[in-house]
Design a protein. Structure first.
Length: 154
């Protein structure tokens, strides 16, 4: 009764294999869902903020920022707030950083940055960084770019 038979060993082996397969499948599903959530969130950000910001030239934004009570300034502030919200998800690793980098590098840390920095600077004029998550994403993207460039050079 206490002896382990060959059938018992085979059953245990199949159980362990099934458990490992289940864990791998679960992990892959989580990774896929996270990437899909990233794409969905970025598409929503694109519709709600980025497309609208692209209609403004950086020089126009600098003029709008001078009148902090204008409707356009409030609209720009709302777009920047949506971007900050997205960046919270990136920094908290709710969204897949590799996917964000592939989607947004060059634009997010380039043309968009030039557009929204005047708004951010105006909001942060008293010393506190209310858009720290955006700045963290900029720094991360810069570090990621350097890392990828070093990898290409090797």
């Amino acid at each position: 009764m206490g002896d382990i038979t060959t059938v018992d060993l085979i059953t245990i082996a199949f159980s362990v294999i099934a458990a490992v397969f289940s864990l791998i499948t679960y992990r892959n599903s989580i990774i896929h869902d996270r990437k899909q959530a990233t794409l969905d969130a970025y598409n929503q950000l694109q519709e709600q903020a980025l497309d609208h910001l692209n209609l403004y030239r950086p020089s126009n934004i600098k003029e709008i920022v001078k009148d902090r009570r204008s409707e356009e300034y409030k609209r720009l502030s709302a777009y920047v707030a949506r971007i900050e919200h997205f960046c919270v998800g990136v920094n908290q690793k709710i969204y897949d950083q590799k996917t964000v980098y592939e989607l947004a590098h060059g634009y997010f840390d380039g043309g968009l940055k030039v557009r929204i920095e005047p708004v951010i600077d105006g909001k942060n004029r008293f010393g506190e960084d209310y858009y720290a998550n955006i700045h963290t994403v900029y720094a991360w993207m810069e570090a990621e770019t350097e890392k990828r460039e070093k990898y290409r050079e090797e």
